[in-house]
Each structure stands twice: as structure tokens, then as C-alpha cells.
Design a protein around this ligand. Sequence first.
Ligand SMILES: NC(=O)c1ccc[n+]([C@@H]2O[C@H](COP(=O)([O-])OP(=O)(O)OC[C@H]3O[C@@H](n4cnc5c(N)ncnc54)[C@H](O)[C@@H]3O)[C@@H](O)[C@H]2O)c1
Length: 323
Amino acid sequence: MRTVMNSPGSSFWAGISSFPEKGTSTLSLFDIVNTPGVAADLSHISTPAKVVGYLPPDDGLKKALAGAEIVVIPAGVPRKPGINAGIVRDLATGIATTAPKAFVLVISNPVNSTVPIVAEVFKKHGVFDPKRLFGVTTLDVVRASTFVSEILGDLSLANKVVVPVVGGHSGVTIVPLLSQSSHPLPSGFAQDELDKLTNRIQFGGDEVVKAKDGAGSATLSMAFAGAEFASKVIRAANGEKGIVAPTFVNLAADKEGGGALKKEIGDDLDYFSAPVELGPDGVVKIHGLGKITEHESTLIKAAVPELKTSIDKGVSFIESSKL
Ligand SMILES: NC(=O)c1ccc[n+]([C@@H]2O[C@H](COP(=O)([O-])OP(=O)(O)OC[C@H]3O[C@@H](n4cnc5c(N)ncnc54)[C@H](O)[C@@H]3O)[C@@H](O)[C@H]2O)c1
């Protein structure tokens, strides 16, 4: 399995050693700075993966991407969406021309726009396969599990609690379906407590920025979440069955499931985050919302206009870009 981490920012590569790859693997890193050092450091971790780092000179991006089966994009600048749009567009162009069949896992924010950006670049190059493009929303799922286990007063449940988180990946577009938590909230959990918990999951990133006193945003928890999702994609690519994970996808990836989901949402959105079954060719099935409460239905209605605006922004950014 050939994986590209593009780029190995200050933190995201930390989780990559947990990839359960079979046989020989290569992990290629690409960044505008520091990749030789990061690659040397990572190469000492006891995994079967050979680690190589590339910089832009001498066709570094092309070399990093050659033969890649999975590309993870965490490149960018936290909380600077305009800059990230251009970075993601340029990396997507590299992938479309060098590794068009790779699974692309987009971490760079705003995911609600950067995923459509990658899709539009791929469309312009005639290589778009919606089954192979994923927005990484796992951190929202990880936060929901942790915060619910805190409320249940048992942190040992944190890696067992499963809460589907749907919609998108910023603020009010993040909709945790707490009524479907594998471990139900305490009986009599009041509406204002539910609102507070929902808000904490939606704006968990702000909590980290505040605690770091402006000196950074979520990086270590993102490394964990990125590794968790990439690992699921790799396991599914290697033939493991029944792997389901919430992720922000183009709903054309599964016409039947995506179409049914649009009906449930009550809108013709092109992208939405939902639990998705993964397989050797990427998306197998997009699951519906299941039985949701009136409160959750209100949250989804509130998410849709912002999601639309963000998706449109990504699409029009590429329409107005010279590729
Ligand atoms: N999806 C999520 O849940 C989630 C969570 C946290 C952060 N993020 C996003 O991840 C991105 C990175 O955050 P971070 O905290 O690691 O930032 P960071 O600054 O620590 O790392 C980003 C890296 O990108 C590199 N980079 C910049 N321009 C590049 C280019 N043109 N090509 C290749 N590499 C380039 C930088 O050199 C740096 O090493 C941001 O967009 C952030 O908002 C997403």
C-alpha cells in the first residue's frame, strides 16, 4: 500500500504509525518545508512502511504521488480558509495528473469547501470518481464519543461510545445524532444540557484554541482522528468487510443511498457527511439518518443553508481558477 501524507504538518504524521498495512508499504511525505527531517524521524518507527520525504524542487510533489493509493491532505494554515483553498487546489491538480485513482482524504479546512474543490479539479481533468473522495470528519465523532462518556461519568467508555455525526464539518453544520448514541445519555437529561453538549461538539475546536491561548488549534486529537479514519479506509481497501464511518462525501458516490438521504434532508445538496460503508473501491453505501428526533431534525435544517454556501464557495473557487 502506497500512502502519501501531504503534508506532514506539525502533528498529523504522529498517528500514521498505527496503519495496519500488509506487506511492504511506502509512506511518502510532501511539504514545502521540513520533510527530510520528519521522514527520518518517522522512519525509525517500527512499522513495515518505508518512509520518504519530498520537497517542491525536482518535481517533489510528482515523486511523492507516483503510484500512491491513498493520499491524505492535511496541508494548510489553521483557520485561514482562503489560503487553504489555493493550496488544496494545487495539491488536487497534482493528484489528478499523477495518481488519479488514489483515495483522497481531505483534512484541510474548511472541509465543507475543500472537498468540493478537490472534486471540481478532478472533474476538470476528467478523473472524478465520487467513491474515492472523503472529507475527514472523524474528529467530530471522536469528540462526541469522549464528551458523552464524560457525561456518563465513565471515561473508559470513550473508545466504545459510538455517536453518528452528520451534516458537515464546521460549527452548526456538525450535527451529532445523540439520540442514536450506542450508550444512551442519562434518563432525564434536560433539553438545555442537550443543547450545551451539542454546542460543545460543534465548537470543540474553539475550546482547544482558547486553551492554547491562541498559539495553535487542535493537532494531536486530529492526528488521532486522521489515523483512525485512514486506517479504516486502508482496512476496507485490503478487503475487510462491514467498516462504516461518518465522512463528508459527494452523494453521487452511492446513487441509491445518496438519493434517499437527500429526501430525508429535504434538499438536493451534493455533499453531506453521513455514516458510509467502505470497501475496496471506496464508498459502498451511504447510510440514511435513521430515526432522528425533532430536535435533530431542526439542527439539520439549520445546517443546510450554511453547507450549501460552503459547497458553492468551493465549486465557484475552481470555476474562477485557471488550472
Ligand atoms: N478536518 C479536521 O478535523 C481538522 C482538524 C484540525 C485541523 N484541520 C486543518 O488541517 C490543516 C493543517 O492544520 P495544522 O494545525 O496541522 O497546521 P500546521 O501549520 O501545523 O501544518 C500545516 C502544514 O502544511 C504545510 N503547507 C503549507 N502550504 C503547503 C503547500 N502548498 N503544500 C504542502 N504543504 C503545505 C505547512 O508547511 C505545514 O507544515 C488546517 O487547514 C486545519 O484547519 C482540520
